[in-house]
Design a protein around this ligand. Structure first.
Ligand SMILES: [Zn+2]
Length: 223
């Protein structure tokens, strides 16, 4: 009898994990990848990022860090979509003013590209899934643009370089722009997962500016 109950329990558990494969990254609550109360407890970014770059959370928050790791290294594109929606909800005021600025024409959303080899290994570009989640919160006002910014070569991951100047040098000239006519006079949001010195985002924003984008801001999950 006891064994039967045990079997039923484990059957129910495997059915549950089949139906609700995720547990909250913070409190392990079942059926949700990040629960509301854990999200409410995330430490917000307070260190000033570069001007025109808004970061939502403080990367030193252990659960925020865990979420980003999970997204990048444990095949969790769905988590990226959740985080993207959080950016939308939190930066609504900024988005409203961008919307006014763009006067009815869609705001273009450009995810920071990753190298082809990384994309292949990971199965997706984490910034792109964040961007998709972000856009899904209000699809009428945004348009994703994945054919504008391309990664030119395999730069050393920014996180591995400690010196700020070296980091900036590392990203310089590592992106190229294509189809630039599509961004002329447009309002553009560049989306990345994490920014450290802002180097990558600033480099891309500079390229977009040079090619005629009218207003450009950067949004990231964490700083
Ligand atoms: Zn939780």
């Amino acid at each position: 009898m006891e064994k039967a109950i045990y079997n039923i329990k484990s059957l129910i558990n495997s059915l549950l994990s089949l139906l609700f494969p995720s547990k909250c990254l913070g409190c392990e609550k079942r059926g949700i990848i990040l629960c509301e109360s854990c999200i409410d407890n995330f430490k917000l970014a307070e260190r000033p990022t570069e001007e025109r770059i808004l970061s939502l959370y403080d990367y030193r928050d252990p659960i925020v860090k865990k979420a980003i790791w999970q997204l990048k290294y444990y095949h969790s594109p769905y988590l990226g979509r959740v985080l993207g929606k959080l950016i939308y909800d939190s930066f609504l005021e900024e988005i409203n003013s961008l919307q006014m600025f763009s006067a009815g024409s869609p705001i273009l959303v450009v995810p920071v590209p990753i190298s082809h080899s990384k994309n292949k290994k990971r199965g997706y570009n984490q910034s792109e899934v964040i961007a998709k989640g972000f856009i899904s919160a209000n699809p009428n006002i945004f348009k994703i643009k994945k054919d504008i910014i391309y990664k030119k070569m395999n730069t050393i991951p920014q996180a591995r370089i400690e010196n700020r100047l070296k980091r900036l040098k590392n990203v310089k000239d590592s992106f190229i722009i294509k189809n630039s006519e599509a961004i002329k006079n447009k309002t553009v949001i560049v989306i990345d997962d994490v920014t450290t010195t802002g180097g990558t985002l600033l480099e891309i924003m500079k390229l977009l500016k040079k090619s005629g984008a009218k207003k450009i801001v950067g949004f990231t999950i964490a700083h």
